[in-house]
Design a protein around this ligand. Structure first.
Ligand SMILES: *[C@@H]1O[C@H](CO)[C@@H](O)[C@H](O)[C@H]1NC(C)=O
Ligand SMILES: *[C@@H]1O[C@H](CO)[C@@H](O)[C@H](O)[C@H]1NC(C)=O
Ligand SMILES: *[C@@H]1O[C@H](CO)[C@@H](O)[C@H](O)[C@H]1NC(C)=O
Length: 325
């Protein structure tokens, strides 16, 4: 083959350059995918290094996670499927009617859900879900907890006096009437409605205060931003019961609901303050008595099974579980 004199040199350089480019490509692709983690490639559903909703990384998760189930009631979805409505109505002891329940759900759904829609390739939303376990005492997780975009807390969670261990920020606070507390301005109040009366209580507690008792005494008034009230969708409740706790217990705990809520809303989820402390005691981090055992002593949830679900999420790399002290 004849190589013209004028061509030889440029061709040689071109080959060298092409070779270098190939090496660089190989290097980059190896780096991006080492350890099974995804890079910011086009196939990623969100903008983080790993995304909760990314299918194909954990089949156990994929069998359970259904991104079409919306966690919150809103104007667009407050018509409830009859199956979910009847399941939810059976949770309550008092008598009620479908018409009445529907009317209240429509009323509760008359808010906008600011978090509708799937993950975006340009978004990397990190969340810390903070349970109330005594394992937070002395953990010094405060700064780490606060470093997430969203900080989700629940029930009677206190901050004052525990900042180094539990952090200072809250963006969402999950509660029901019997576990309610006043909130700081700008915090979303997320109602977990176990019964119709809970919806009625929320409305009352933000206005007239005419409800002061459910099955026990409850707060008549609650301090919270009225335009930052969200309500968990009964269909989401049923989905967590069927697909996540697999019908163990009568219904899932607030802790598990909050965690699955985070899986639906966030791209990365860190979990703090769940389970027992290192001595095996179940108590809240604000309780002096380590032997209070308060939160295992609920007959309606299946703490053991919920624990397995949480462990499995951590094994599959869908959450990062911080064990505490
Ligand atoms: C996911 O949820 C939607 C909405 O509730 C439902 O129509 C669909 O059947 C569910 N998908 C699976 C695989 O169960
Ligand atoms: C609740 O309110 C009713 C009146 O609406 C009142 O009679 C009752 O004493 C109150 N109960 C408690 C426990 O505060
Ligand atoms: C969830 O549970 C329902 C009812 O048991 C089932 O039909 C469905 O296939 C499960 N999986 C998903 C992903 O929704």
């Amino acid at each position: 083959m004849y190589w013209g004199r004028g061509w030889r040199r440029p061709r040689w350089w071109a080959c060298l350059l092409a070779g270098l480019a190939l090496l660089l490509c190989l290097h980059a692709s190896l780096r991006c995918c080492s350890g099974g983690r995804r890079g910011r490639g086009v196939s990623s559903v969100c903008g983080c290094r790993t995304c909760v909703a990314q299918p194909g990384t954990d089949s156990w998760f994929d069998e359970r996670f259904n991104s079409s189930v919306e966690p919150l009631l809103s104007t667009k979805n407050s018509w409830i499927h009859p199956d979910a409505l009847h399941w939810w109505m059976r949770l309550q002891s008092g008598r009620t009617t479908v018409v009445k329940v529907t009317e209240w759900l429509l009323k509760a759904g008359a808010t906008t859900n600011p978090y509708q829609g799937p993950p975006q390739p340009s978004r990397c939303r990190s969340c810390s879900v903070v349970g109330n376990s005594g394992n937070l005492r002395g953990s010094e997780y405060g700064k780490l907890i606060d470093s997430h975009d969203f900080v989700l807390r629940m029930n009677r969670a206190a901050i004052a006096g525990f900042e180094p261990d539990v952090g200072t920020r809250t963006t969402h606070h999950f509660m029901y009437p019997e576990s309610a507390r006043d909130l700081q301005p700008h915090v979303y109040l997320v109602l977990v409605p176990f019964k119709l009366l809970d919806l009625m209580w929320l409305s009352s507690a933000l206005s007239s205060g005419h409800i002061n008792v459910t099955y026990t005494r409850v707060k008549r008034y609650i301090k919270a931003d009225r335009d930052k009230v969200l309500v968990i969708h009964p269909e989401f409740f049923k989905y967590v019961h069927e697909n996540w706790t697999e019908r163990h217990g009568r219904y899932p705990s607030t802790g598990l609901l909050t965690l699955v809520f985070a899986l639906h809303l966030c791209d990365q989820v860190s979990v703090f303050g769940y389970g027992a402390d290192i001595r095996g005691n179940w108590h809240h981090y604000w309780e002096k008595n380590r032997y209070a055992g308060a939160f295992r002593a609920t007959g309606v949830h299946h703490a053991g099974f919920e624990r397995q679900v949480i462990t499995q999420l951590a094994i599959g790399g869908k959450i990062r579980l911080y064990p505490g002290q």
